[in-house]
Ligand binder design. Sequence first.
Ligand code: AMP
Length: 286
Amino acid sequence: MNDSPEIITTVRDLRARVSGWRRAGETVGMVPTMGFLHDGHMSLVRNSRAQNNRTVVSIFVNPKQFDRASDLEAYPRDMDRDAALLAAGGVDAIWSPEPEEMYPPGFATSVDVSGLTDCLCGATRSGHFAGVAVVVTKLLLQCLPDRAYFGRKDYQQLMVVRRMVADLNIPVEIRGIDTVRESDGLAMSSRNWHLTEAERAVAPQLFGVLTDIAEVAGRGEDVRPTIDKGLKRLERAGFGAVDYLEVRDAENLELSHRPKRPARAFAAIYLGKARLIDNVPVDTPT
Ligand code: AMP
């Protein structure tokens, strides 16, 4: 049985703990999360543990990145369960500030990453990436780890964070980690918890559709007819509103119907109450 990680709730205590490690010559990895952890999060933790002496996991449901109060309210939380998982995973500290510690009265600063945030989730969730950018900037500066770990499941977020860290000279190395899936292909997500049994049974079709689209793109063919077929298949399966289903360049995120450079197939679509997002890489012809 591993020792429980210390739960730290103030910036002051976090800084004291991390500087103690640094003085001892230890390296630090950070895994930012919103909690309600699953094996996707734990894969980031395993990477951090393998590559650093110490690992800090932040658990903070960031009010600024939710575009609807009801979505923030419904976001699942379970600190006891998360702490037990992180203890078993060998994490050293949990950084879990209250919203008032993160955003004290008078907080007035924003971080705006232009371009990359115009499409995909940025086009449909207003203010989302502004919220992500400010909280990730703060998390990285509060902890100042050597490396921070982000999932490719939120690929656009990873690209936005990389851009921002480079532009602002934040001295942290950003590492992207592949998506962890259930055995039937569904990308693990805290939001899957909202799915009914019937919805859970059809949910993996999203990965199936993305895989078909990526395969066609990989053969150098126009993806649009396959996207249309995919949309019909998802509708028949009971999926709801589609925010996007498209292929984009893996670096600049520009639309790409017949990609010649590394690309990815991206989707965001509702299934019942849950908004599922996923993406898969295209193996472009060399
Ligand atoms: P979240 O708690 O959903 O904000 O996610 C925290 C971090 O875990 C983000 O960097 C996500 O991209 C990553 N993540 C979420 N789900 C997965 C997954 N299925 N596989 C790998 N990483 C994930």
